[in-house]
Design a protein around this ligand. Structure first.
Ligand code: IPE
Ligand code: IPE
Ligand code: MG
Length: 236
């Protein structure tokens, strides 16, 4: 039997949770039913990450481009995020999950914004899993905001390097993802973590996000173990 204890576990898994709408449409349900079911898959993914020993899990829940959707769908998603946070926070905290939010959360209004800040504060000392929620996040906006902060901080041109730049991104202090998973069969980045995914292993699956379960998560980690990461160097 394979020695599972020696398998390389990705330190950081990032997921583009896609396919909620198609999941609902295939069942003759409104899209919001797919988003509701997607929230259950979020719960499963967090549990799977904790039990597999993944230390960082980043979930793309709402992109900076998702504001282009009809107001009704945006309202449904905002409501679900609020509801999710209220119902799951206590359990997340008990599991040892540290919550961090990246993206322009202000756009969701003061209530959700304040509740997210309170949740981050409450869970700040937890170390089992860092859960990064990308809400109204865009990779390009992140890079532009970092550049603005660098200019405002008066960093001298000669002092700027990749490490300094990365410290001004929303993901400051979080290692780059080792594995990116995108569900629903789409094979694109959709303006997710553009800088941070430079050397991530990419895994695309046809499974729709609401169907994604612990077995799918485990299969993704298995696939990751077969990848040879060279980072531009020569194979060993
Ligand atoms: C992902 O599912 C959730 C968000 C982007 C908020 P979609 O809503 O994109 O589902 P599809 O891609 O239309 O099936
Ligand atoms: C990407 O999914 C964003 C999230 C999963 C939150 P989309 O469904 O918005 O991406 P596109 O429009 O198909 O590229
Ligand atoms: Mg989609």
């Amino acid at each position: 039997m394979a020695d599972l204890s020696s398998r390389p576990i990705p330190l950081h898994v990032a997921i583009i949770m896609d396919g909620n709408g198609r999941w609902a449409t295939a069942r003759g349900l409104p899209r919001v039913a797919g988003h509701r079911e997607g929230a259950k898959a979020v719960r499963r993914a967090i549990e799977a990450a904790v039990s597999q020993g993944v230390r960082y899990l980043t979930l793309f829940a709402f992109s900076s481009e998702n504001w282009r959707r009809p107001a009704e769908e945006v309202a449904d998603l905002t409501f679900l995020m609020k509801h999710y946070l209220r119902s799951e926070l206590r359990e997340l905290h008990e599991k040892g999950v540290c919550l961090k939010v990246i993206g322009e959360r202000e756009r969701f209004g003061p209530t959700l914004c304040a509740e997210l800040a309170a949740a981050e504060e409450k869970t700040a000392g937890n170390t089992r899993l860092t859960l990064v929620m990308a809400l109204s996040y865009g990779g390009r906006a992140d890079i532009v905001a970092a550049t603005r902060r660098i200019i405002e901080a008066g960093v001298a041109p000669d002092a700027l390097n990749e490490q300094v730049f990365a410290r001004h991104l929303a993901t400051d202090g979080i290692p780059d993802p080792d594995l990116l998973i995108r569900t629903s069969g789409e094979e694109r980045i959709s303006n997710f973590l553009l800088w941070q995914l430079a050397y991530a292993e990419m895994l695309f699956t046809d499974v729709l996000w609401p169907d994604f379960d612990a077995d799918d998560f485990a299969r993704a980690l298995d696939e990751y173990t077969t990848r040879e990461r060279r980072f531009g160097a020569r194979p060993v």
